[in-house]
Design a binder for this molecule. Structure first.
Ligand SMILES: Cc1cc2nc3c(=O)[nH]c(=O)nc-3n(C[C@H](O)[C@H](O)[C@H](O)COP(=O)(O)OP(=O)(O)OC[C@H]3O[C@@H](n4cnc5c(N)ncnc54)[C@H](O)[C@@H]3O)c2cc1C
Length: 405
């Protein structure tokens, strides 16, 4: 390709406003602050973006991975992108030549603190079978409150039935939910993501259904009262109601399928959803005498037992299936404990697992990551392990997965 072509053309990075769930991951990930947003859209500033692709793998929906070849002198401006309801149709610029795939060639350069690829033995997931233009309608089969009646948080187990429709899901994947109605600007609500809480063979084994674990959002992250659009819609659903979903999403936060693989699962609140799916899958295998032989450790944090989703069923899991460590930060007559404290308390066992065929999963509120990473560092120090090296190896081998929101 001649130098003149690269001078004329730009491979412009764009975000699909129809699929973006405004989770802010891209803006947080971008190393050069090229991504910005307003009340409605997330957009990439063409004057800053260098196509490094660091933001692409962490995006939960794939909405970030859109590119248009444009004239360098006339890219889509930030102001223009903020007005979009959908991506513009690609314009034919063949007369100006073609560009190399900058994004692809630079993908390897993206630094990652967690694995961008799935475990080597994970099943191949189905992805993006349904989108906003072609959602799947499912039926509510049940909606049960998981937290105590007097608990501060209302967390629900919502079972959705596919009927005779095909929508294959794996533990660790997410679905998009489209809340009905329009937002304050009169535009349709964007979709919200929810992790699948069931095993791959259904919430009820062998049935074509799955469950979500949804917390009703009644205050924002600063404690200010709000009415969360998606979570309140889901939590208020009645049996028989119809729900529009998209997806499946998620190609890396998946469980290994080979015998002998160990899982360390660390979660808070609704971060329990993928862990429940994985645990239930292995519980069913064990019950059939087809155990995979690996160990499972679960570190699960909540304010108190009444605020911890699936508390009762968790306590009934066989001890030879899973080693459960619960951390309560507001339980009466107990010192405050967080997941990172429990992780350190079990440091010797965790360090032992880290040295074998082990896969780590962290899911829950964004704020949990720092404490958990510090705990790994501390327990490795105590065991004489080099945590940065161990972490880097696990990340590169698809063995260290984080999903926080
Ligand atoms: C990959 C992924 C998986 C997810 N899985 C789950 C899941 O399994 N269960 C689940 O309940 N949620 C899950 N979420 C979060 C979910 O997508 C929504 O963000 C959440 O339900 C709030 O949406 P909302 O429409 O009710 O609130 P919005 O109407 O979008 O927001 C209202 C206000 O609440 C604030 N807010 C948003 N989320 C929270 C929160 N969790 N706590 C406090 N304040 C908040 C917003 O900043 C805003 O100010 C997941 C998110 C991602 C990205």
């Amino acid at each position: 390709m001649g130098a003149s072509e690269t001078e004329v053309l730009l491979k412009q990075h764009l975000i699909d406003p129809e699929v973006c769930i405004r989770c802010n991951t891209c803006e947080e990930t971008c190393p050069i602050d090229a991504i910005t947003h307003d009340d409605r859209n997330y957009v990439v500033d063409p004057s800053i973006c260098n196509g490094c692709n660091a933001c692409v793998p962490p995006c939960p929906t794939g909405s970030i991975d859109h590119w248009r070849t444009v004239l360098k002198v006339a890219p889509y401006s930030v102001e223009e992108q903020l007005q979009w309801d959908e991506l513009p149709v690609p314009v034919e610029l063949a007369a100006h030549g073609s560009l190399p795939d900058t994004a692809e060639t630079n993908q390897q350069n993206a630094a990652a603190s967690h694995s961008l690829q799935a475990p080597h033995s994970a099943l191949q997931p189905h992805l993006h079978l349904h989108d906003l233009k072609n959602p799947l309608t499912v039926t509510v089969a049940g909606n049960f409150r998981l937290t105590d009646a007097d608990a501060e948080s209302d967390i629900r187990h919502i079972v959705l039935d596919f009927g005779n429709q095909i929508f294959p899901l794996l533990e660790g994947q997410s679905v998009g939910v489209i809340p009905p109605g329009v937002d304050a600007l009169g535009k349709p609500h964007y979709l919200r993501m929810y992790s699948v809480a069931s095993a791959r063979d259904g919430e009820r084994e062998g049935h074509n259904n799955f469950a979500l674990t949804v917390k009703r959002v009644v205050s924002d992250h600063d404690g200010k009262p709000v009415h969360g659009v998606g979570s309140n819609y889901l939590c208020d659903l009645q049996k028989g109601d119809k729900v529009q979903i998209t997806g499946p999403y998620g190609a890396s936060f998946l469980m290994p399928n080979h015998a002998g693989s160990n899982l360390i699962m660390i979660c808070t609140g609704t971060g329990a959803a993928p862990m429940r799916g994985m645990t239930e899958y292995r519980r069913r295998l064990q019950a059939k005498g087809a155990g995979v032989g690996g160990k499972m450790m679960l570190f699960f944090g909540a304010r108190s037992s009444g605020e911890l989703p699936y508390f009762g069923p968790l306590l009934k899991l066989p001890a030879d299936l899973i080693d459960v460590h619960l951390a309560f930060s507001r339980a009466e007559d107990q010192a405050r404990a967080y997941v990172q404290d429990k992780l350190r308390d079990a440091g010797a066992s965790v360090a032992q697992l880290l040295q074998s065929d082990t896969y780590v999963y962290i899911c829950g509120l964004k704020g949990m990551e720092t404490g958990v990473m510090d705990a790994f560092q501390a327990l490795c120090d105590e065991a004489g392990l080099n945590w940065p090296e161990c972490h880097e190896k696990m990340v590169s081998e698809g063995r260290f997965h984080v999903e926080t929101y």
